[in-house]
Design a binder for this molecule. Structure first.
Ligand SMILES: [Zn+2]
Length: 342
């Protein structure tokens, strides 16, 4: 990446109201059939246009083509029954009715590759594509077949690797795995979670990223954050092993969070997507607030490895607010670029 401090988003962006009910997770589609296919592509173009107008350097589909960052991928796999549902506790935090693994999991055909090819045709900018991570996938299911979290995660890692290789061939520059579960199940992360992630990126030549956050700005997450005390040291549990891993980029929640910024020293050498936009508030950051977060991260991240980003996805926000936050991110990054090149 030649641009200094290239900006990007962690993942989802709001959908237009004609495609799905805004400001809501798992919002059902308002169109169907051919209209839905065309509608998703139109929404992708709108989202891309908005990112480019806001000065975002590494663009994405804004997850316009999926209902949810985990579920949509799983819907395309064999071995999971979406009719047979069980209530489980996701990330030790909130209960949800989830589908059941009833047999060996496999991917009959690619899930996002056509969407990625479409995005590639629309822009010359570097593109990032998000996939759910293996550990976060298993945490969103009831497993009635393998009855081993580790084994199921390993099977998903193999499937994700197939998808990732096709995304790379479609021209994706960075493939990101969303692993909010890495912030919860520390022993599993260290024992097999990072190994599964490395299996998912095996043989890839494009860049790879892992996104670890404190979740969308929904009530279950903001309530949970209130219980975490004055210092959030969760990252400390997994950083040493991540630093040793073959993953290129780590995407983190840094703005308005209680994560002690000095923890970034533990992953020195990795590229860091520094979350400098809070996705849990409608308040628009000022460029100076963004710059302050980036400046504090610069003590622990080399300038050529710092990628300004959002804390998490912005699907639950309104389009106007998300757009204003992206502009603030770009303006804040520009302040620091000027300081670094002065
Ligand atoms: Zn996130």
């Amino acid at each position: 990446m030649k641009t200094l401090l290239p900006t990007s988003t962690a993942g989802s962006l709001p959908k237009p109201s004609w495609l799905a009910q805004p400001e809501q997770l798992w919002s059902p589609w308002k169109l169907e059939g051919e209209e839905l296919i065309n509608g998703k592509q139109d929404a992708l173009n709108l989202s891309l246009h908005d990112q480019q107008q806001s000065g975002i350097d590494i663009v994405s589909d804004g997850e316009q083509t999926r209902q949810h960052f985990v579920t949509t991928f799983i819907e395309h796999l064999n071995g999971v029954d979406f009719q047979k549902r069980k209530t489980v506790t996701i990330r030790n935090r909130y209960e949800a009715s989830v589908p059941t693994v009833i047999g060996p999991v496999s991917r009959p055909k690619s899930v996002f590759v056509e969407d990625a090819k479409f995005l590639r045709q629309q822009t010359d900018k570097p593109i990032k594509w998000a996939l759910p991570g293996p550990m976060t996938m298993i945490d969103t299911l009831y497993d009635d077949h393998y009855q081993s979290r580790e084994q199921l995660a390993w099977e998903f890692a193999k499937i994700l690797n197939q998808e990732a290789k096709e995304l790379e061939a479609a021209g994706v520059d960075i493939i990101q795995f969303d692993e909010p579960a890495f912030n919860v199940f520390f022993d599993d992360v260290n024992n097999w979670g990072i190994a599964c992630l490395e299996r998912a990126i095996e043989g890839l030549k494009c860049e790879t990223a892992v996104h670890i956050c404190y979740g969308y700005g929904i009530k279950a997450n903001t309530d949970w954050k209130k219980t975490l005390g004055s210092e959030w040291r969760q990252y400390e549990e997994v950083f040493p092993k991540l630093q040793q891993s073959s993953i290129d980029i780590i995407s983190l929640e840094c703005h308005n969070s209680r994560v002690p910024v000095e923890l970034l020293e533990l992953v020195r050498g990795k590229k860091i997507m520094v979350g400098a936009i809070d996705v849990a508030t409608n308040e628009i950051e000022t460029p100076e607030e963004v710059a302050n977060t980036l400046r504090s991260a610069l003590k622990y991240v080399d300038a050529d490895k710092l990628y300004p980003c959002t804390n998490c996805g912005m699907a639950p926000l309104s389009r106007d607010i998300a757009s204003a936050k992206l502009k603030a991110l770009s303006a804040g990054a520009e302040i620091i670029r000027k300081e670094l090149t002065a």
